[in-house]
Ligand binder design. Structure first.
Ligand code: UDX
Length: 516
């Protein structure tokens, strides 16, 4: 093993695309090829409309893919100017999987590992078939000495499985398999990649394994301080990834459990105050203590299930149940939210319209997968309201529709669901407005003191606009019967539209609307 000259990323998704772009950006001497079988996705990576929205991503991609480096120059007394510089492009997105694997010194496997939907372990075990298939292609085409890196979040022991497949196809060649899990969060991917808390590299503790780890460490060393690059054995690395996500989720479930107690106490206890107070303890810290309708996203639930599955396999039932309680809490939180809506609307939604503001699984992303909103909408749809109207400032309507269609609603429930691109239309005549994604557009000043005293549900209503009045962390639902009269129009302003201007994208696509 020496120095890497060519790197291949197999899988151009949320992890592979941004990671490859940042690695290429910081290593202009390395050729980085990102391959995927999905032609549409690759086409999109090669355009100005990347398939995922991440702040700063297009700038990094333009630099590495097109060789166009944008630098903002701020001189005192002058308007800011953008200086364009050229560099040698070193990032290529293509469907030429075999070619890219053949020339690579390092191959990052970044394919999807969803939870199994059928067979043994359905609903809890990760489906690693995409990794198996990618590894078979790697085994057939990789050159002698290539380093294979598992980047996808995988069950512990997957590196061994990859090694076994490689040995089966190429018994005469020694490949080193490393684990290098990704810790980026959606919406802040570029920031997380540019300034990582740590880079974790797991390898066999043999000479060859440690050498391979050193090669990958060099690639990250181009911009990450050595002290932040942690090298451990392969299994510890795989386990650490699952545990990191599970413990983050555990904090959210813990504070959500506190929010339930605050609500029921009825003595004015406010979960935000509790969160603030405990977060000041340096041992606890203030991150991930925001109560809400529960965590969504493609990682937390999957990783908890994976960790619990491993514990169960090891006959550690108490340990498995301990981790699964984090998920049970999450489920209860979102169900409680839906129950609160029904209770506040006198126990029935018949004949009523419910507005949903926010569908993405969190703010700052257009990702609709595993969104809490789907579950809440499903629970509300069971009550047969007249209409459930949905507005999200970032998600494409077709993707929202697709997620809802997967939720198993009856045709008559589906008929009552409307996806709107205008927030005003969404909330008009609604009996309740549920804020299910903490988009900054929906956040703002707190409701009046009444809200503080009664965090159960804010029936207080928006005097001037929705955006000013909603605070999801208290799980408030704004009852907007009065909004039908549309007080915000009295000011002549449309607060949501003002806060979500369309960027200069000629197609005004959903990606370009986020964060612009
Ligand atoms: C997560 C991890 O943060 C990241 O390190 C890992 O690599 C992938 O999984 P992500 O799923 O993109 O990232 O989003 P994250 O910001 O962690 O939020 C997950 C969910 O938790 C969202 O639904 C969010 O709204 C919710 N959340 C987060 C809370 O409810 N409260 C909080 O305090 C923080």
């Amino acid at each position: 093993f020496g120095v890497a000259r060519s790197i291949c990323f197999v899988g151009a998704g949320f992890v592979g695309g941004p990671t490859a772009a940042v690695i290429a950006y910081h290593n202009p001497h390395i050729q980085v090829n990102v391959v995927d079988l999905n032609e549409e996705r690759i086409k999109s990576w090669n355009s100005a409309h990347l398939p995922i929205h991440e702040d700063g991503l297009l700038k990094v991609v333009r630099a590495a893919r097109d060789g166009t480096v944008e630098k903002t120059i701020a001189l005192p007394g002058l308007p800011r100017a953008i200086e364009l510089k050229q560099r040698q492009p070193n990032l290529v997105f293509s469907t030429r999987v075999v070619d890219a694997i053949e020339e690579a010194d390092i191959i990052f496997i970044c394919v999807n590992t969803p939870t199994k939907t059928h067979g043994i372990g359905a609903g809890s075990m990760a489906d690693v078939s995409a990794i198996e298939s990618a590894t078979r292609t790697v085994a057939k085409h990789a050159k002698q000495g290539a380093i294979v890196v598992e980047k996808s979040t995988v069950p512990c022991g997957t590196a061994q499985m990859i090694q076994d497949i490689l040995r089966y196809y190429r018994p005469d060649v020694e490949f080193e398999v490393l684990s290098n899990p990704e810790f980026l969060a959606e919406g802040t991917a570029v920031e997380n990649l540019m300034h990582p808390d740590r880079i974790l590299i797991g390898s066999a503790q043999t000479l060859a394994g440690l050498r391979a780890a050193a090669v990958v460490k060099d690639v990250y060393g181009a911009w990450v301080p050595a002290a932040r690059i942690v090298t451990v054995n392969t299994f510890s690395s795989e386990l650490a990834k699952l545990v990191a996500n599970t413990m983050l989720a555990q904090r959210i479930s813990s504070i959500n459990a506190v929010s339930a107690m605050c609500e029921e106490l009825g003595l004015g206890a406010d979960v935000e105050d509790v969160s603030l107070a405990i977060g000041k303890d340096a041992r606890l810290g203030s991150n991930f203590l925001q109560a809400g309708v529960g965590f969504g996203g493609s990682c937390f639930e999957k990783d908890i299930l994976n960790l619990a599955y491993l514990a169960r396999e090891l006959h550690l039932d108490v340990v498995a149940d301990y981790w699964l309680a984090v998920l049970r809490m999450n489920e209860d939180q979102r169900q409680r939210f839906a129950r609160n809506v029904v209770r506040e609307l006198n126990g029935s939604l018949r004949g009523k319209k419910i507005a949903i503001l926010g569908f993405a699984f969190k703010d700052g992303t257009n990702d609709t997968r595993n969104s809490i909103a789907v579950h809440v909408i499903k629970d509300l749809a069971m009550e047969m309201p007249r209409e459930i109207a949905i507005f999200d400032p970032g998600c494409a309507s077709a993707e929202i529709r697709e997620e809802i269609e997967k939720a198993g609603l009856t045709p008559s429930q589906l008929e009552r669901i409307k996806i709107l691109t205008n927030w005003r239309e969404c909330v008009q005549e609604a009996s309740a407005v549920c804020i299910l994604t903490q988009w900054k557009q929906f956040r703002g000043r707190k409701l009046g003191s009444g809200n503080k005293k009664a965090p159960k549900l804010a029936i207080a209503w928006a005097k001037s606009c929705v955006a000013d009045k909603v605070d999801i962390s208290e799980m408030d639902i704004l009852a907007l019967e009065e909004l039908a009269r549309d007080k915000s129009s009295a000011t002549g302003e449309d607060p949501l539209e003002r806060l979500v201007p369309l960027a200069s994208c000629p197609e005004q696509c959903s990606h370009c609307r986020i964060g612009s």
